[in-house]
Design a protein around this ligand. Structure first.
Ligand code: KIV
Ligand code: ZN
Length: 522
């Protein structure tokens, strides 16, 4: 990333899955999860990773600083409102990155200035200039966003842009914050702004998908001269989401007849892996018919299509699935006779090349246990096993065993054994249902009072013996922040207990950060 050659048609990919993507309802991630995604984004060869919004919470600050140490080729960026404290925390959070950036913003549309900010346009310019100047005291690379540019007046956009470029901003981002614009309108706005800015700054786009036009608008802006695009994996993001990275990148690659010479740094073979990882961690699956990464994106149902595919795949496929990392004939991968070496080899083939021997050993143990219960082990099972292993490190509470009663007598109950601080604790409780009994028992053992806000269970692969992935959201001790937990097991009850305990562990590590006074001390 440090040496982006600014050839005329190189499109800089700015990924905001960990910031705008995390703003999707239900997509909150903890630090370990964000690090895993950031490492995958780096494998994709993303130019800039917007790792979070440092001032939002101690957890966000911590995740950004840890990501800075976990990646070294992508630039790491924190978002900040045009406020001194936001900028200070953003600056400190990205301090340790090899390449860093602060992304600061203020709204520029009449409706936002009048009703949200209650500021005059002159006051907004003053604040923006101060924000950029202050950000420059922490980092060299400052991006400025004109929030709601899509509904802002061009003359004001030029005025504020002139001021922030003079203050030191080197990227000017023009978000269509509410996904309102149509492609030809984006083309006009970008043409005007590119002509005005010239080579003094890179013009960037950040399109939301409220009218389903996020990708189309981004492509229209590229042709008009935008050279950075902000996007997310699977199109995650606030409300209807952001323009999807996989769609933008594959449209440029597939339609070189139109986008001749336009290129990105993205290693497209990592797209599917990134999509699956983000879905596994957030619990938000792309819709089955989602372009590029949806389950059905390469499925051919009708006889006529299947016939065409057998004769020549290009009859119905415009993208070779291998180009986004879908390998043929690898669905059934391993079985109970596979050894550790084959398992390790499989992990490498699946793209997990930075895993420790300890992680391999532990996930291999889990793999062997799974082999006893499940007939066919597929790639998705292995991906989930290693992801689960990575996420379950450095935890305070660990589930040792679980027994649930037969509900037919009408009194669901659970007996749970949990390890804490080297000792094992066992207890039992009854509940309104089996899951309730499990969670109540965990509360009795740990002394925390959890309140379940959201619960979902999904099969990782096909068949009755599929691994179950449970995602739950819990608030503890009547606090307002909902904490996400994940659990994986062939048994749904076991996966539920693990998910609840994982939420508790995340809650405790968040509390630790607060206790350390992370924010006050910086
Ligand atoms: O949509 C938006 O305007 C944003 C900005 C903060 C860039 O996400
Ligand atoms: Zn946004």
């Amino acid at each position: 990333m440090s040496n982006i050659i600014q050839d005329d048609k190189r499109i800089i990919i700015f990924d905001t899955t960990l910031r705008d993507g995390e703003q999707s309802p239900g997509a909150s991630m903890n630090t370990a999860e964000k690090i895993q995604i950031a490492q995958q984004l780096q494998k994709l060869n993303v130019d800039i990773i917007e790792a979070g919004f440092a001032a939002a919470s101690p957890g966000d600050f911590d995740a950004i600083s840890q990501i800075c140490q976990a990646v070294d080729t992508s630039r790491v960026c924190s978002l900040a409102r045009a406020l001194d404290n936001d900028i200070k925390q953003a600056g400190l959070s990205v301090q340790k990155a090899k390449f860093n950036r602060i992304h600061t913003f203020i709204a520029t549309s009449p409706i936002h200035m009048e009703y949200k900010l209650k500021m005059t346009p002159d006051q907004v310019i003053k604040k923006a200039v101060h924000a950029v100047q202050y950000a420059k005291t922490f980092v060299d690379d400052v991006e400025f966003s004109l929030e709601d540019a899509g509904r802002s007046e061009l003359s004001f956009m030029k005025e504020i842009t002139e001021a922030v470029i003079n203050a030191g901003a080197s990227t000017i981002n023009l978000p269509d914050t509410v996904g309102y614009r149509l492609p030809h309108e984006i083309t006009y706005m970008v043409e005007q702004m590119v002509a005005f800015v010239g080579n003094r700054a890179v013009i960037s786009l950040h399109n939301h998908n409220d009218l389903g036009l996020g990708t189309a608008n981004t492509l229209a802006g590229i042709v008009a001269g935008a050279r950075q695009v902000e996007c997310t994996i699977n199109g995650l993001g606030e409300r209807a989401g952001n323009a999807a990275m996989e769609e933008i990148v594959m449209a440029l690659k597939t339609r070189q007849d139109i986008f001749e010479g336009y290129h990105t740094s993205i290693n497209t073979k990592e797209i599917m892996r990134a999509s699956k990882l983000v879905a596994a961690i957030t619990g938000i699956e792309p819709q089955p018919n989602k372009a590029i990464v949806g389950k059905n994106a390469f499925a051919h149902e009708s006889g006529i299509h299947q016939d065409g595919m057998l004769k020549n795949s290009e009859t119905y496929e415009i993208i070779n699935p291998a180009d986004i990392g879908i390998e043929k004939n690898n669905s059934i991968v391993m079985g109970k006779h596979s050894g550790r070496a084959a398992f390790k080899d499989k992990l490498t083939n699946l793209g997990f090349d930075n895993i420790s021997e300890d992680e391999i050993n532990k996930s291999f143990e889990k793999f062997k246990l799974l082999c006893d219960k499940k007939k066919d082990i597929v790639d998705d099972d292995i991906i989930m096993l290693i992801t689960d292993e990575k996420l379950s490190k450095n935890v305070q509470y660990e589930l040792i065993s679980l027994q649930v009663s037969d509900c037919s007598n009408g009194v669901p109950s659970a007996a749970v054994c949990i390890k804490f601080d080297g000792k094992e604790y066992t207890d039992a409780a009854i509940g309104d249902g089996t899951i309730d009994a499990i969670f109540k028992t965990i509360d009795r053992i740990t002394g925390y009072n959890g309140n379940l806000n959201d619960y979902s269970v999904k099969a990782v692969s096909e068949g009755q013996d599929a691994l179950a992935k449970v995602v739950c959201k819990v608030t503890f001790n009547e606090e307002t922040n909902s904490i996400l937990g994940h659990g994986l097991s062939i048994d749904t009850m076991l996966a539920s207990a693990k998910a609840y305990i994982s939420a508790l562990n995340s809650y405790l590590s968040m509390k630790d950060l607060l206790k350390k006074g992370h924010i006050d001390n910086i």
